[in-house]
Design a protein around this ligand. Structure first.
Ligand code: ADP
Ligand code: ZN
Length: 744
């Protein structure tokens, strides 16, 4: 415990009083200085109440020096004269924040230029709220021999697993009333366990069911286990073809952390994925991990938070925000599907979950394992420069072969007028389903049609708040904007020329593909998987379950189907519009399209029957299509690297985006131009823009963008801080800084 903190520089007054830095949950540039009353002893991490203006605020006693590296740490704050310091009011009994957590907050704040207090805000509320009593959930158990089984009880049992589910969730998933679940439980057909990883819930057991790994898997797993044992930071890329058992392999690193009595964090790009993941985890370790995502109920959230802090929650699987949990003793960080752009947060404050995951591991001095079938160029560059180790799994588990990939040239083999599936694809679907195997159609577009056009005057139905077309959702009878959520009824007449019945949907969304599939295959059992049809992780789990159980012949989905699902009976994947992601002039579009479509392709043929993938494209000679067809990603990534290297584009240079936004176009332009005029003028540093941002209007705000590009050895943060400070930002406008933007 410390009483005095030495000021960073001597102040003018005689200063022998005890000072302390306190971080408040407010958008200040850093912690504020307070005086420690004589009868108080304070340590960093503790929670205190301090005066601020005329009110009192909760805050966290902070470390004297920022943990961020000097090249991008914020400049030290001016030392306040002793006589002007106000005293800390009280010290709270809430548990203190651990040092690794504080270092991480400092680091992330300095790197992303976010005010550290804002990163503290949510965490502080969690920390001071007491851990709730755990809610109970139902799991499967040994059945009493005399249990009476009805159809609805059987439906409940089919949904129950080792993962505890609430009565409501279980009832919803089984399509029965809550009474059935309670009745079954009363009859001894279900066992209750705490939902949260607190108190009596069992710890994952690393020896519960060790897998039988292939030679290749064993070697990779051994390297990971040794890395966890070594107990120091290392970046490791675990690359493996789809279905090679990457999960089984990295779970051995998790097992090692458990054996060492430490915690493990597994980050998934989207929490929808966690359904199958949790099941697999439970099979390996005998119990469920703690989940962390934005859909958790407040009670479970608090319970998990406190479980992580106390160390009782041993393994957390979560979305990127799980990085900000106060781990007591982290032993390993795994970032699954590391190439996914869903790891990037662009809302409120901007950070990349993958990169911050590596930082989290490095600040804790433990390995970071990055997992992918199609690693990002960033990660490959780190492998190439020797910063990361590289492990490769070359074959699918259990003798399954990689799917064949065939391009359908839509110029040569077009669909009939008014349809979207080419005859080749339709035939392949027919044959697949006739064999009793499953088929999947992938189209990364929700709704019925992406554009509604007036055939009389050419008017396009546009969002009033965004630079975007309104998307028809026919099932709901609406037009909606996928960016701001604006909704309007589908008009009878054209709002521009008044013509009746002239509005026409242009192009397909998955509802329209569904319509076509229903017409062509009236007997097929079709399941739609899209983020708007599957509201919750449980609904996703249910859909996945139905596919694995062969209750479905045809799956039609958006990007949610491209995740790491294991569908053993699925042998055909048809990509309705393989060119979809390539427009838009984003330098990273090609890389992203390859990753996405390869990931979708990887859903096919994961068990004994071989898989086939058909890609419908109007650009069959595009490098992306050639790479997908040849499955030679290394060559493709080499080309990508060769294109980005000379111009210092990421990952061969640093990039930041300044996004100016205002409700008035004039204000946005004026500020963007002022920023342009005040742009840093340094050799090697390029400023591009101002230009309209990729969505020039979003939620009613006009957006302009400037890009700052520099060689890798230049830290952008000091340049950006100085740049921002040279311009006055009017109250009606804002400037968001996005370090390492994912689109450029
Ligand atoms: P990836 O993540 O590389 O696509 P998965 O980890 O999903 O691959 O593995 C594919 C399937 O093979 C899963 O059902 C997994 O449980 C199974 N599998 C992989 N390795 C083994 C193993 N050694 N023993 C048993 N099953 C395995
Ligand atoms: Zn909109």
């Amino acid at each position: 415990p410390k009483r005095t903190a030495t000021p960073a520089q001597p102040s003018l007054s005689v200063d022998d009083i005890a000072r302390v830095k306190v971080l408040l949950p407010l958008p200040f540039p850093g912690p504020l200085d307070y005086r420690v009353p004589d009868d108080m002893v304070l340590s960093p991490g503790e929670i205190v109440v301090v005066p601020l203006g005329r009110r009192e605020e909760l805050g966290c006693v902070w470390d004297d020096e920022s943990a961020a590296p000097p090249d991008f740490a914020p400049p030290p704050a001016r030392v306040v004269e002793a006589s002007k310091l106000r005293a800390v009011c009280t010290r709270s009994d809430a548990p203190p924040f651990p040092p690794g957590w504080r270092r991480f907050i400092d680091w992330v704040a300095a790197y992303t230029l976010a005010p550290p207090g804002l990163l503290l805000a949510t965490a502080l509320r969690m920390q001071v709220s007491p851990a709730p009593r755990p809610a109970l959930g139902w799991v499967r158990c040994e059945m009493p021999p005399d249990l009476r089984l009805t159809d609805s009880r059987r439906a409940v049992l089919a949904q129950a697993s080792a993962v505890p589910l609430t009565t409501t969730d279980l009832a919803r998933m089984a399509g029965v009333s809550s009474g059935v679940v309670r009745g079954l439980a009363d009859a001894g057909g279900l066992r209750s366990v705490p939902m949260a990883p607190v108190g009596s819930s069992p710890s994952p057991d690393p020896e519960f069911a060790p897998p039988d790994l292939s030679t290749e898997q064993t070697e990779a797993a051994q390297v990971l286990v040794d890395a966890v044992k070594a107990d120091r930071f290392q970046g490791i890329l675990l690359e493996g073809v789809t279905g090679s058992g990457k999960t089984e392999v990295y779970l051995e690193a998790v097992a090692e952390a458990l054996r060492a009595g430490r915690q493990a964090l597994v980050l998934l790009p989207e929490i929808a994925l966690s359904a199958q993941w949790v099941d697999r985890f439970a099979r390996r370790f005998g119990t469920a991990p703690a989940l962390w995502h934005s859909d958790l109920s407040p009670g479970l959230r608090r319970a998990t938070w406190h479980g992580v802090l106390s160390g009782e929650a041993r393994v957390v699987v979560g979305a990127r925000s799980a990085l900000f949990l106060p781990f007591r003793d982290l032993g390993v960080v795994v970032i699954d599907e590391e190439h996914e752009t869903a790891f990037k947060q662009e809302d409120g404050f901007f950070y990349h979950g993958r990169d911050m995951g590596v930082v989290r591991a490095s600040l804790s001095g433990v390995p970071a394992i990055l997992v992918s079938a199609t690693p990002s160029l960033e990660t490959l560059a780190n492998v190439e420069s020797g910063r990361y180790r590289h492990l490769i799994l070359t074959s699918r588990h259990g003798g399954a072969t990689l799917p064949s990939v065939t391009l359908i040239d839509m110029r040569i083999d077009p669909p009939e007028r008014g349809t979207f599936l080419s005859p080749v694809l339709v035939t392949a679907m027919e044959e697949t389903m006739a064999r009793g195997e499953q088929a999947m159609l992938f189209l990364n577009r929700r709704g019925y049609a992406p554009l509604t056009l007036c055939r009389s005057c050419g008017h396009r139905m546009q969002c009033p708040n965004c630079t975007a077309w309104l998307v028809e959702h026919r099932a709901r009878g609406i037009l909606t904007c996928h960016h701001c959520g604006h909704v309007e009824p589908i008009p009878e007449t054209c709002p521009s020329c008044g013509a009746a019945g002239s509005l026409t949907p242009i192009g397909p969304g998955i509802e329209r593909v569904l319509e076509e599939a229903r017409a062509r295959f009236p007997d097929a059992r079709i399941l739609v998987m899209a983020s708007d049809t599957l509201g919750s992780p449980d609904a996703t789990a249910h859909a996945v379950h139905q596919i694995s159980n062969r209750e479905v012949d045809l799956v039609i989905g958006t990007q949610i189907v491209a995740k790491g699902w294991h569908f053993p009976h699925l042998t055909l994947v048809g990509v309705v519009d393989a060119d979809l992601g390539l427009g838009g002039g984003d330098l990273r579009a090609a890389e992203r399209t390859v990753q996405l479509l390869h990931q979708v392709a990887g859903r096919a043929g994961r068990a004994s029957a071989p898989g086939h993938v058909l890609l419908q494209s109007y650009a069959c000679d595009h490098p992306v299509m050639l790479a997908l067809a040849s499955q030679d990603f290394r060559a493709f990534m080499d080309q990508e690297a060769a294109q980005r290297r000379p111009g210092h584009w990421p990952p061969y240079g640093r990039l930041a985006a300044l996004i100016v936004s205002a409700t008035s176009a004039d204000v946005a332009d004026t500020l963007a131009n002022a920023l342009g005029d005040a742009a840093p003028d340094q050799p090697g540093i390029a400023v591009l823009g101002p230009a309209p941002a990729p969505l020039a209007m979003l939620r009613g705000r006009h957006r302009r963008r400037l890009l700052l590009r520099a060689p890798r050895n230049v830290a952008l943060q000091p340049i950006l801080r100085a740049w921002r400070a040279r311009v006055t930002i009017p109250a009606q406008a804002r400037v968001d800084i996005d370090i390492d933007p994912v689109s450029f």
